[in-house]
Design a binder for this molecule. Structure first.
Ligand SMILES: Cc1cc2nc3c(=O)[nH]c(=O)nc-3n(C[C@H](O)[C@H](O)[C@H](O)COP(=O)(O)OP(=O)(O)OC[C@H]3O[C@@H](n4cnc5c(N)ncnc54)[C@H](O)[C@@H]3O)c2cc1C
Length: 429
């Protein structure tokens, strides 16, 4: 090989859940990884801080001790809708642990990044990637970055680059990977409150009947997630849909909180801890292709938030794990077509795992924008423990495959009805 020695075998851009998971699993296999993160830790990330059993499974695979201090366990979801309250425990299947967790992203992301570093990845914080480096054929060979407080320019090179740089994915954009306008996108806001009454609630609470001031029912939900440290994370997320028009999500939080009982401490400013913050939720694979010219996109960079429930962490970690399975195989082959064939398997593997489910999710999210369907869910379904138990498995993607019981079979059959997304594999749909 000519030219300077590459910085690493793999560059991972962004140390959120996607990037740190990929870096951890790669480093564990002896791959030289440089993990580039623009911020320093700890740092804020706007999130609901809620982890379903699907996300917990990935933490367990990273050797994280979820019984250690700092984690708050939950046993399921509590739905509140039009005067009805229903608690549904997480399913006790064989693929997922029977509990969820919460932890603020302030801690959570640092913990994952530290695990990646302990496994051998070299973590460069304060390193903002500014542009891809490309060869004559347009293939990515590395990145330029602005490092440290003075923004000193530095180039990093590697035969494989992973974009885990979140919803804006400037790296993906710079490589020509664009957003697909027709895919669902949500907008969500959250705020922390001190709430002695709710901070140790054993359930994640979700209010389903979201209405705008003009009475319009909205596709989405609001939440109160207990953090176990005296605080709760409250927020709401809405799917952007042309049928419901523009919604000022930030303006909706305070009126909704006024509906909660006064003793929960969620009215007004007094108990608030920090400002209201919001961000977009890129759903249903809204940025494609997931592999392009040497660049693999994972997590929010690839639009991987579940369109059914707005959960993104589990899928970011899942994609991180998947690339860490494939990349060592690719690197074991000589640069050129044979390595390329392995890397090109990534979009196909993602399509196999999630293509049908996200296709279903896109249909579901579009139905949720129809008042009749929303009304059916928020008025009728929420009264039935059996229906809501099945909904939790379906919308949180928690059924065992192959199915362990009749509900799993039902959920899996429903998802199988939806054809796999051909766009995911790079072929026209
Ligand atoms: C209000 C709200 C509530 C949510 N609630 C939940 C929830 O309760 N549960 C859940 O599972 N999901 C939730 N999500 C979604 C979840 O936050 C994301 O899906 C998840 O963070 C995606 O992880 P990621 O690693 O792909 O991206 P990110 O977490 O965004 O991480 C990207 C990283 O890349 C870094 N970066 C960006 N650009 C550069 C650059 N140029 N150079 C170097 N580094 C860079 C960033 O600093 C960041 O550390 C919520 C989202 C919002 C907006």
């Amino acid at each position: 090989m000519t030219g300077p020695r590459p910085t690493a075998q793999v560059l991972v851009v962004g140390a959120g859940p996607a990037g740190s998971t990929a870096a951890y699993h790669l480093a564990r296999q002896g791959i030289e990884v440089a993990l580039l993160e623009k911020s320093g830790f700890p740092r804020e990330k706007v999130c609901g801080d809620g982890l379903t059993p699907r996300a917990v499974r990935h933490l367990v695979r990273m050797g994280v001790d979820t019984s250690a201090p700092g984690w708050s366990r939950n046993r399921g979801l509590r739905f509140v809708s039009r005067g009805v309250t229903l608690e549904v425990d997480w399913p006790e299947g064989h693929s997922f642990p029977g509990y969820g967790l919460t932890r603020t992203r302030h801690d959570f992301d640092q913990l994952l990044a530290e695990r990646a570093a302990a496994a051998g990845a070299v973590l460069h914080t304060g390193t903002k990637v500014t542009a891809p480096l490309r060869d004559a054929a347009g293939r990515i060979t590395g990145v330029s970055a602005a490092c440290g407080p003075d923004g000193a320019a530095r180039d990093f090179s590697a035969p494989v680059v992973i974009a885990a740089d979140g919803v804006a994915s400037r790296l993906g954009l710079a490589m020509g990977v664009t957003r697909l306008g027709k895919r669902p996108v949500g907008t969500a806001v959250r705020r922390y409150y001190r709430s002695p009454a709710k901070h140790q609630d054993p359930y994640l609470e979700s209010w389903l009947d979201l209405r705008r001031a003009d009475g319009q029912i909205l596709p989405g939900y609001s939440w109160i997630f207990p953090l176990g440290d005296g605080r709760v994370n409250v927020g709401l997320g809405v799917l952007n849909d042309s049928r419901t028009g523009t919604t000022d999500v930030r303006a909706m939080l305070a009126p909704w909180l006024e509906r909660t009982p006064g003793e929960w401490g969620l009215h007004g400013e007094e108990q608030a801890d920090g400002p209201l913050r919001g961000a977009a939720l890129p759903m249903g694979f809204n940025r494609l292709p997931h592999y392009h010219q040497g660049l693999l996109l994972i997590g929010d960079a690839g639009g991987m938030v579940n369109p059914c429930n707005g959960e993104g962490i589990a899928y970011a970690m899942e994609a991180g794990e998947l690339v860490a399975d494939l990349v060592p195989q690719a690197l074991s082959r000589p640069a050129g077509p044979s390595r390329e064939r392995v890397l090109e398997r990534y979009p196909r593997e993602i399509a196999t795992r999630l293509g049908r489910y996200y296709r279903f999710g896109r249909v579901f999210s579009s139905l949720m924008a129809r008042p009749l369907f929303t009304s059916l869910v928020t008025r009728n379904a929420v009264r039935s423990p059996v229906v809501m138990g099945a909904m939790v498995r379906l919308l949180s993607n928690l059924s065992d495959r192959p199915g362990a019981d009749a509900v799993d079979h039902l959920v899996n059959t429903l998802v199988r009805v939806f054809p796999r997304d051909k766009e995911l594999t790079g072929r026209p749909s």
